[in-house]
Unconditional design. Structure first.
Length: 305
């Protein structure tokens, strides 16, 4: 184990307090624009979807309106397919994959399913290419009652009216090299724990729900994505990021217990994608296409079963 001392904020062995979190926040810089990259695309799609403003994040001096896209021909008798992206703002293909699916494919399911798409749940993190929100909280560990993460609380509020009718929920993520170089060391420092080096899987994989694994559903997605990009192999110990591989490219997490986004509805079919954009074998185009292929396969399988 490597001490968290090398991380430039905090004291080894001591969890961060307000001072350390303020210092961390002061180091974050805008590197891209939520307004340009996301809001303009949402506005362009306005003629084809019902655009729902489900909240706003007030992170002075910035304010971030939160939007979702819903099928214009929404019918309560139809099952709901939920697509979420940008829960971790730095995971680029999750955001742009969700927007691409909305633009090119969502209409294919008209009359068979209601589609709800949240392209960027964490715009502050999107702009700063970071996993956390301004409070040094990971939104994808805070989908729980009375969530301290405003991003998580807003998204949970959005799904309340149709939560019980969601048949499928796919949450679009990435695993990047910076997970190992920045985010995991920062997490260890924040929590006052030793940093334990890990590995970054080279390829696409899925995180299913250990309580509702639905293995055939997961494998249908893997099969579709394998036509677009490569699937991550298991490490020599039979794991991916420390979790046992239960099928090619699939691991399972206790979704509800960990407060993950995939657990915010009663969906029978639920999964979290993980794309690897830093692979020499993948391009940004492939990463976006892999996310779209995963969404399409997930909806197709849910409708067929």
């Amino acid at each position: 184990m490597t001490p968290a001392a090398f991380y430039p904020i905090g004291t080894p062995g001591q969890a961060w307090g307000a001072v350390e979190k303020d210092e961390w926040r002061s180091r974050q810089r805008k590197q891209r624009s939520y307004a340009d990259d996301v809001l303009k695309e949402v506005e362009r799609l306005h003629s084809r979807f019902d655009v729902v403003r489900y909240g706003e994040l007030d992170y002075a001096p910035d304010r971030y309106p939160l939007f979702a896209l819903k099928s214009r021909d929404w019918k309560d008798a139809l099952p709901v397919m939920l697509v979420t992206g940008g829960v971790h703002g730095y995971e680029t293909s999750g955001v742009h994959g969700a927007l691409r699916f909305a633009d090119r494919h969502a209409s294919d399911f008209a009359g068979r399913a209601n589609v709800a798409i949240v392209p960027c749940a964490s715009p502050w993190g999107y702009e700063r290419i970071h996993r956390w929100d301004p409070f040094a909280l990971d939104p994808n560990r805070n989908f729980m009652p009375d969530s301290p993460a405003p991003e998580s609380a807003a998204l949970m509020g959005f799904v309340v009216p149709f939560r019980e009718r969601v048949l499928m929920h796919i949450d679009l993520h990435e695993t990047t090299d910076t997970d190992e170089s920045e985010f995991r060391p920062a997490l260890a420092a924040r929590d006052g724990k030793p940093f334990e080096p890990g590995t970054i899987p080279d390829g696409f994989y899925l995180c299913g729900d250990s309580e509702r694994p639905e293995p055939s559903f997961q494998q249908a997605i893997i099969a579709a994505v394998a036509k677009v990009t490569h699937i991550a192999p298991a490490d020599p110990d039979g794991t991916i990021i420390g979790s046992p591989v239960v099928a090619p490219g699939v691991i399972n997490y206790p979704v509800d217990a960990w407060g993950l986004c995939a657990g915010i509805t009663a969906a029978r079919f639920r999964t979290t994608t993980e794309v690897y954009p830093d692979s020499p074998r993948a391009t940004p185009e492939q990463c976006n296409a892999a996310q779209v292929a995963a969404v399409r396969a997930a909806i197709d399988y849910a409708l067929a079963h």
